[in-house]
Design a protein around this ligand. Structure first.
Ligand SMILES: C[S@@+](CC[C@H](N)C(=O)[O-])C[C@H]1O[C@@H](n2cnc3c(N)ncnc32)[C@H](O)[C@@H]1O
Length: 474
């Protein structure tokens, strides 16, 4: 039996237009991102402009983020079936077709007829009436190609991959990058860093939905009580094995701030991998701790919770605006031990000479390429360039060099990133140790984003290195 039986021709008439506003939101988000906006900001703006129902908001989010992630693969379909290549299409048409194609290739629950008809409807309503037949013809042509390819493919029981029917280049890097919609440089790097099966798993995780993880404020609640409070409003949650305070939500609430305990500061949103950094910093009540790249404060507030809000915590960040969010988060969570300083952490030793040799713990949660969080940031893979990584490495080295004089003898320095790039991680740490032989490396770990059996992403990719400055005479 053909997998594509639901895509029979001719498509039913009249055109179905339910769900049109959600698709329009997705289209506008794609246009905004192509013009340079960040995907999450563009989506929030568009959602605020429309009053969509809960399911329509979810649909708009899925279509917008999904189509942005799959840009390269969707362009390849346009290249194969359009009169002109994707990049030469009128941009409004190109991004509208991405919304339509994404539905055809990735959303089994949306009938092909609805994907095609809503795309045609949007073209007519959105100033592309002249091009509506082009959109219609192209989407139908892709459907026909998929039908043919599926008929020739004996293995009909598994869902057909979204590239079925697309001519694939024989070069393994090009083919891998295209199938998983990754930029060429990243595809090449991944296949150098990892065996093919792990590179495939990484790519699948990048293209799946991230989990919604929370960190319970251990000073105000615990996982059991919070899970019970969520259950009372029909939100299922589950304790995370890898962190002592982590809960993951199995249901998606509309507005998180409406969930029990938010206003009372019982919990924060924080990915499970991010939650594993502060335990390795091991802050103790009464200590003096520097969080050198602190905003928006996920880890500063976790440090304060772990120290039972007793001690001196300095949250430093170059961005004053982002630093304000640290203060807001600390206030909501009922934490008073965090002080803020807006400053370039590479220059702290000269800005605050009184701090030299005084910190028991220093965390450098460095600005990085974010390659471990691609599922969370749909557009990040298209922003990052291989060359940008080199300048990030320079900054990361300067940050480590800049904060080291502030570490007390016997103190602990933790370097963390949310990337998987070895230049930013193990190679930076190796370089730092070479410069500073007085440091001992207690441990370093690379966590890769992994995929759960249900296809969702199980946590961000993170790197962490724990370094200690030896006591004099030790
Ligand atoms: C990965 S984010 C930190 C996330 C934060 N630790 C948390 O858990 O919420 C990196 C931060 O480094 C800051 N940053 C970048 N360069 C910096 C510098 N030279 N000095 C201080 N902060 C810097 C950025 O503004 C950004 O807020």
């Amino acid at each position: 039996m053909s997998l594509f039986r639901r895509w029979t021709f001719p498509l039913p008439e009249p055109v179905r237009s339910s769900g049109l506003p959600a698709r329009e939101v997705a289209w506008k988000v794609l246009l905004a991102v192509a013009a340079g906006a960040y995907a999450d900001a563009a989506l929030e703006r568009e959602l605020n402009r429309q009053s969509l129902s809960g399911p329509d908001r979810a649909l708009a989010t899925e279509l917008a983020y999904g189509a942005i992630r799959q840009r390269r693969l969707l362009d390849a379909w346009l290249d194969a079936h359009g009169r002109v290549r994707a990049e030469q299409q009128p941009p409004r048409l190109r991004w509208l077709l991405h919304v339509g194609l994404y539905q055809l290739l990735f959303t089994a629950r949306i009938p092909a007829s609805a994907a095609v008809s809503t795309t045609v409807d949007l073209a007519k309503q959105g100033g592309l009436a002249r091009l509506a037949p082009v959109a219609n013809g192209l989407l139908r042509s892709v459907l026909r190609r998929r039908e043919q390819a599926s008929a020739g493919d004996g293995s009909a029981l598994v869902p057909a991959p979204p590239w079925l029917g697309l001519p694939l280049n024989e070069d393994p890097v090009v083919s891998f990058g295209l199938r998983h919609s990754l930029p060429e440089w990243l595809a090449a790097d991944l296949l150098r860093w990892l065996p093919a099966d792990r590179a495939e798993a990484f790519a699948r995780a990048c293209n799946s939905s991230p989990p919604l993880d929370l960190r319970v404020n251990r000073r105000r609640s615990d996982r059991q009580s919070l899970a019970a409070a969520f259950a009372a409003v029909a939100i299922r949650s589950q304790a995370l094995a890898e962190t002592p305070d982590g809960l993951t939500l199995l249901d998606r609430p509309g507005d998180l701030r409406g969930l029990p305990g938010f206003g009372e500061g019982h919990w924060s949103v924080q990915d499970r991998s991010a939650q594993r950094i502060v335990p390795l910093l091991d802050p103790r009540p009464g200590q003096k701790v520097l969080d050198a790249c602190a905003a928006p404060g996920g880890k500063s507030t976790q440090i304060a919770e772990w120290m039972d809000d007793q001690g001196e915590i300095w949250a430093v960040d170059r961005s004053e605006a982002r630093l304000r969010r640290v203060a807001l988060n600390a206030e909501r969570l009922g934490l008073t031990s965090i002080q803020q300083l807006s400053a370039d952490a590479t220059a702290l030793a000269s800005l605050r000479p009184d701090w030299i040799g005084s910190f028991d713990r220093i965390l450098v949660d460095a600005p990085c390429s974010g390659l471990g969080t691609l599922s969370r940031h749909a557009d990040a893979r298209w922003r990052m360039q291989a060359e940008t990584i080199e300048s990030l490495v320079q900054l990361q080295r300067q940050l480590l060099e800049g904060v080291l004089p502030l570490l007390a003898p016997g103190g602990r320095l933790v370097y963390a990133t949310c990337t998987v790039h070895p230049s930013e991680n193990t190679e930076t740490v190796a370089w730092f140790q070479q410069q500073r032989p007085e440091l001992s490396l207690v441990q370093q770990q690379q966590w890769w984003p992994a995929q759960e059996l249900d296809g969702s992403c199980a946590g961000d990719g993170f790197f962490v290195a724990v370094l200690e400055r030896q006591q004099p005479g030790a």
